[in-house]
Design a protein. Structure first.
Length: 574
């Protein structure tokens, strides 16, 4: 096979630092080959990928060679800019960071086609629509005129993939493209990525911290260990599930009252458009209890984050009532009692870096969150989340991803909350950092008697960490069950079956996706949100939304056909 990319005796560090981040790297990617690059956060994966595109940051100091088709583009006419696009191209981790919010989806794709392929405006638009259709995005012509904020996470990532493929590249460098996606959307993206690669004979360098994905996408696996790149077996040892994060009773642990919930929500409806638009969250009831964790899971655009923001008081629901210790949580209510109730519910965001003020030192952020009634000094808050007191003088950019997430947690704890709403707090972290954050959350929950809502697309983490699982689909809760119960709703089973650990353990995995499956179901029509793609559906599933009914103590299900089947038979049927 023709060698496309080669790193030879390549090392890199940063100006002013005497330590090399990567040393003596030897790496090759051949035409049509799929290679995975794994390693923990901060190991240098993204830095190596940027070097393969000639996009090293100015502060980086490199030695050695990075060759494209046997030549160094840096000394050729036009430099790397003449190679990028039709040679190597980039698929970033976060689609919202890769898409300009002021430009339509079509503008992103047609720009690449016009620059690299020389197409006129009409031909570039036709080419863009064909790419969106190839990636199984519905109504491609309409999506060309859509804005990034109007698409779900999975659809945005596919649109960004279409922009990367627009100039028919020889090598696609995909940097953690599935880390922020739920399991079903992740599977679909891997399927369309694999199909596009095979159809074009394109090479792939797939960067990930999730080792379970490696056998699904790559024929070779490279790992960064202590600054060196080594080749390992494709069936890399899967990252350990965060089983130790499961909260357990401890001697001397704080006793908490459980006579009433720390937070109670009834009939919550959230709309993001004008009154009368379809609901992102439709008539949801939820109770959070002190000292217990509830896992809120579901696919992209299921309504998880909208519900979480409503529970945390960050948006006003269109209908419903939320109370914290008997006080209403409502932005429209004024007074000291209302302000105190809002402080009792804190939200831990997915992107800790974006939630922290880049111009504010860590200590200043914690002191501000504590306010006048600070019960603990900044140093004690940092110690509680496992950080050194000296970090109080640093800015967020000087911290690692795991450290920033701990600082964000400390900021939440500074307000002395009763409820913590954690929205995808580990999705951008590698396996080791993910386990550490979950274990820290469990320790803090036990010590303070917090009620925790963990919003996540990582079902393994939710099952390991939480006492109860709530599954959302199409804006409604379709199942609630204790973490040890067998989930029975067809959508719950789909989420379980799409976990990377399950797909990787299959003897033969063949990516497959059907046209028109992208995106979450619409709640604009009556009936079950799974109607039309469910193995247990019947005529009534299309007519009305079935109610939640209790199967057993604490296990509620919104699916009469599944409720009528014994558990073993149900699992075999699916």
């Amino acid at each position: 096979m023709t060698e496309l990319l080669r790193f030879h005796d390549w090392s890199v560090g940063f100006a002013g630092s005497g330590t090399l981040l990567l040393r003596d790297v030897e790496l090759t990617v051949a035409a049509g080959e799929a290679v995975a690059l794994v390693g923990p956060s901060g190991s240098g994966k993204t830095l190596l990928a940027r070097a393969a595109l000639g996009l090293l940051p100015p502060a980086a100091v490199a030695r050695g060679q990075v060759l494209w088709r046997g030549m160094d583009p840096g000394v050729q006419p036009g430099g790397w800019a003449a190679v990028r696009g039709r040679g190597p191209t980039w698929l970033p981790q976060e689609p919202l960071a890769g898409l300009n919010p002021l430009r339509t989806i079509g503008a992103h794709i047609t720009e690449a086609a016009q620059i690299h392929l020389g197409l006129d405006r009409a031909a570039a638009r036709h080419h863009a629509a064909a790419l969106l259709a190839e990636l199984h995005l519905p109504d491609a012509e309409r999506l060309l005129d859509a804005w990034p904020h109007e698409l779900s996470g999975g659809m945005r990532q596919r649109a960004l993939l279409a922009a990367a493929l627009a100039c028919n590249p020889e090598l696609l460098i995909a940097d953690e493209p599935t880390s922020s996606l739920d399991t079903t959307v992740q599977r679909e993206l891997l399927a369309v990525l694999d199909a596009a690669r095979r159809q074009r004979g394109m090479a792939l360098l797939f960067i990930t911290h999730d080792r379970d994905l490696v056998p699904l996408v790559a024929g070779r696996c490279l790992e960064i260990r202590e600054g060196r790149v080594v080749e390992v077996a494709v069936a890399c040892a899967p990252t350990a599930a965060p089983g130790s994060a499961k909260p357990e009773a401890e001697a001397g642990a704080q006793e908490v009252a459980v006579r009433w919930p720390a937070l109670s929500a009834r009939g919550i409806v959230v709309r993001h458009g004008a009154p009368g638009s379809h609901a992102a969250v439709a008539d949801v009831d939820l109770d959070l209890w002190a000292g217990r964790a509830v896992g809120l899971v579901g696919e992209s655009a299921a309504g998880k984050s909208s519900l979480a923001r409503a529970l945390a008081g960050h948006l006003v629901p269109a209908a419903g009532e939320i109370t914290v210790a008997g006080s209403p949580l409502d932005r429209r209510v004024r007074g000291a009692a209302a302000r105190a109730a809002r402080r009792r519910v804190q939200m831990l965001f997915q992107d800790a870096g974006a939630s922290l003020n880049p111009r504010q030192r860590v200590g200043e952020a914690l002191a501000e969150a504590a306010g006048r009634n600070a019960s603990r000094p900044v140093e004690a808050l940092l110690e509680e989340v496992g950080l050194e007191a000296g970090l109080a003088a640093r800015y967020p950019h000087a911290l690692s991803g795991g450290q920033r997430q701990r600082v964000a947690l400390a900021r939440c704890l500074a307000a002395d909350p009763a409820v913590l709403v954690a929205d995808e707090p580990t999705s951008a972290l590698d396996g080791a950092a993910r386990r550490q954050v979950l274990e820290l959350l469990a320790a803090v929950m036990r010590k303070r008697g917090l009620a925790v809502l963990l919003v996540t697309h990582d079902l393994d983490a939710a099952l390991a960490f939480c006492d109860e699982i709530v599954v959302m689909h199409g804006g409604v809760v379709v199942e609630r069950a204790p973490a040890g119960a067998v989930l029975r709703h067809p959508h719950s089973r789909q989420l379980l079956d799409c976990r990377p650990s399950v797909l990787a353990s299959a003897r033969e995995w063949r990516p497959a996706v059907e046209p028109g499956t992208a995106g979450a179901p619409s709640r604009s029509r009556p009936g079950c949100p799974s109607a039309g793609r469910c193995p247990l559906q019947n005529a009534s599933c299309f007519k009305e939304l079935p109610p939640l009914r209790e199967l057993s103590r604490g296990h509620w299900l919104r699916c009469p056909p599944a409720a009528e089947l014994p558990s073993p038979q149900f699992i075999d049927t699916l």
